[in-house]
Write a protein that binds this ligand. Structure first.
Ligand SMILES: Nc1ccn([C@@H]2O[C@H](COP(=O)(O)OP(=O)(O)OP(=O)(O)O)[C@@H](O)[C@H]2O)c(=O)n1
Ligand SMILES: C[C@](O)(CO)[C@H](O)COP(=O)(O)O
Length: 396
């Protein structure tokens, strides 16, 4: 996919595997079609996919006998069109059926268990952003909290396993398309997750933070847990707030340029008490404003000697921590840089990845000029305008 500024942004596809029978759940219907409080497990999973920050192609893999029903139900639910295909008799075969119908131009593939019906959309975004910035696979995982034992056939404990290197992995699992296509083409044997195949094919896979709500509905107890979660969500109120931040600095030809947290060798710098990084400063103002927690000036005034010459990442980390301490979660940030130089597009992906990692949420920076108008058009300085979305959950 070609972006406004000419750089290539890999298009994302999500394969939702929903073709399992749900033997361990023990219901008459295949598991993904079992309802929780009036909506099927599959429909609830689709909510998380629709909540992703970027639009993805969605492929849903269902039992052969339910393809027509699923097509009708998903079309009736509205939203973007979904490709529905029949699965196989193992999860791996169902994923392979989804891979076979991926459209041309897909660059990043996420595979998600429909059975993880309450996975927050932020987990999908986190996986996409890590695959995009690293060029390798990424899977969500949680630390193992129980003591783990290996046990012999006789039921007697053999050893205590060191859990410090263990992680319980979830979905969505994301990969560059070439890695997962190669891994499935070479698959020898049946594996329980996609990362295992991709590792077998020799590609690295990173673990990113998972989420307790991404638990897999496997047994009847898990259905009860799902009911409880819905009840608790009904009692919690999430407040969504947006904020706007604007910053401008004049060029200083004797200074080094730091912009969007990056060093730009050979470019004129920006004048200021700190390093003048307008992108970082506008983001901080947008975040603080959204949370009603002041602004850059009141939080990090020019009287603070330790902030003289400070780089943008210092302000971003501090702002992130101020919001987290007050209970806010950053949803996403969008920034537009206004000015003639530097040419931003070649380093957009690098800037987005750095800022997203700093804030733990998707950040997208774009750039534009003013057709020669105003101080930016005359090449006297730079402006950045940022918007931020933050959420605050109040538990009743
Ligand atoms: N042949 C299969 C088996 C599993 N899955 C999907 O893979 C995910 C994870 O599998 P699991 O939870 O183990 O589902 P089931 O195989 O249905 O469960 P069981 O082993 O209890 O039968 C589920 O969303 C399931 O629908 C699939 O698409 N095709
Ligand atoms: C893909 C998976 O959900 C990651 O935890 C898991 O491996 C599926 O395993 P199952 O044996 O099919 O339940």
């Amino acid at each position: 996919m070609e972006s406004h500024h000419g750089e290539t942004v890999p298009a994302v596809a999500v394969i939702v595997v929903a073709a399992g029978s749900g033997t361990r759940l023990g219901r008459a219907r295949p598991k993904a079609f079992v309802e929780i409080a009036g909506r099927s497990i599959l429909e609830r999973s689709m909510d998380a996919v629709s909540g992703m920050s970027e639009t993805a192609t969605v492929v849903v893999v269902v039992p052969d006998a339910l393809v027509a029903d699923a097509r009708a139900a998903l079309a009736a639910a509205g939203g973007a069109p979904v490709i529905v295909v029949p699965g196989g008799d193992t999860r791996q075969k169902s994923v392979a059926a989804g891979i076979a119908v991926l459209p041309e131009g897909t660059g990043i593939v996420l595979v998600h268990d429909a059975a993880r019906a309450f996975t927050p959309s932020a987990v999908f975004d986190r996986v996409v952003s890590t695959v995009r910035s690293s060029g390798n696979g990424a899977i969500p995982g949680l630390p193992v909290t129980d003591t783990i034992k290996s046990v012999g056939d006789d039921g007697v404990v053999q050893a205590t396993v060191d859990r410090s290197t263990l992680v319980a992995v979830q979905t969505p699992q994301g990969f560059p398309r070439a890695h997962i296509v190669e891994a499935y083409a070479r698959a020898a044997g049946d594996f329980t997750d996609d990362a295992a195949l991709v590792r077998e094919a020799g590609h690295p896979v990173a673990v990113v933070p998972g989420d307790a709500r991404a638990f897999k509905i496997t047994t009847a107890d898990d259905l009860e847990r799902a009911d409880d979660l819905l009840r608790r969500q009904g009692m919690n109120q999430t407040s969504i707030r947006t904020g706007l931040g604007v910053d401008a600095h004049a060029f200083d030809v004797d200074a080094e340029l730091w912009l969007a947290g990056l060093h730009w060798p050979g470019e004129a710098g920006l004048a200021g008490h700190s390093d003048g990084d307008v992108v970082a400063h506008a983001i901080c103002d947008a975040l603080l404003g959204a949370a009603g927690l002041g602004d850059l000036g009141s939080r990090f005034g020019t009287s603070a000697p330790e902030l003289a010459g400070a780089h943008g990442d210092v302000f971003l980390r501090r702002t992130r921590d101020i919001l987290a301490a007050a209970g806010f979660t950053v949803g996403n940030v969008s920034v537009q840089l206004v000015g003639n130089r530097p040419r931003f597009a070649p380093r957009k992906a690098e800037a987005d990845a750095l800022l997203s990692a700093l804030l733990g949420a998707p950040v997208s920076v774009s750039a534009t000029t003013t057709d020669g108008l105003g101080f930016a058009g005359r090449g006297e300085g730079l402006t950045a305008i940022a918007t931020a979305l933050v959420t605050l959950t109040i538990t009743a």
